[in-house]
Design a protein. Structure first.
Ligand SMILES: [Zn+2]
Ligand SMILES: [Zn+2]
Length: 241
């Protein structure tokens, strides 16, 4: 599996860099995980967006879905024979319905009680703790390699089991360690500790804040991740799993 970061800011784009979007390529298939603001623009540097085989959305907050509408226009204009599948949860029927655009895209439901096969990958989902329904993803390829994406979430114990022994953990790390208490994202201490407790091979911190310098976020996370290597998401970062 090859992951390319197309956008990594939490909440809103900043200085030409978009919000959450990750291109996942495996076995000749091109998949997009989340489709935030600026992601379609970034994707077009790598391929025609009409070369996508699937989109998988963690939840319906704008910083994860802002470019879905323009992606649908792109597919409409291309007059492709079959629609682009967009996978989403059905805990919000209004937003799920919008994943289907006639002659462009088709919404497909996933759930957290059975895996979803997309290409040759197995996607498992776990409901996170967030103001709206959101789902973390555990993605396993046919060789057994695993990527876990936390999506947006506050810390909860279930994340450790769900992330266990992953080859790559992509963690929503929106706050420095001194931001504690009630919040809807992980801080650096929680992301680093999660990586260590789950014994993952590598951690990528993402959904980063615009207002805290990345070196601080990285060094704080590394302190708690101990021996687990930590990288910060940046535009164009490619990780081969
Ligand atoms: Zn978000
Ligand atoms: Zn969110």
């Amino acid at each position: 599996m090859l992951v390319t970061v197309l956008g990594f800011y939490g909440g809103y784009p900043y200085k030409g860099i978009g919000t959450s979007g990750y291109l996942l390529q495996n076995d000749g298939k091109n998949m997009l995980i989340d489709c935030g603001s600026g992601v379609l623009n970034a994707l077009s540097n790598y391929m025609q967006p009409t070369d996508l085989d699937a989109v998988i959305l963690s939840h319906y907050h704008h910083d994860h879905t802002a470019d879905v509408g323009v992606l649908q226009y792109n597919w409409l204009a291309a007059k492709k024979e079959s629609p682009l599948p967009i996978y989403g949860h059905t805990q919000d029927f209004v937003n799920f319905a919008q994943l289907t655009e006639p002659n462009a895209t088709k919404g497909i439901a996933y759930n957290d009680y059975e895996p979803t096969e997309i290409g040759t990958l197995k996607f498992e989902f776990l409901r996170t703790v967030h103001p709206v329904p959101a789902y973390a993803m555990r993605i396993t390829d046919k060789t057994g390699k695993v990527i876990v994406y936390t999506a947006d979430t506050t810390y909860f114990d279930g994340l450790v089991d769900f992330s266990k022994d992953a080859d790559l953990l992509i963690a929503d790390t929106n706050f420095p360690e001194d931001v504690t208490g009630r919040k809807w994202h992980l801080n650096t201490k929680e992301a680093g500790t999660l990586a260590k407790d789950a014994n993952v091979k590598r951690l990528m911190i993402s959904h980063l804040p615009q207002t805290v310098d990345v070196e601080t976020m990285l060094s704080q996370t590394q302190k708690y991740a101990e021996q687990i290597p930590v990288v910060n998401a940046f535009q164009g970062l490619e990780m081969e799993i």
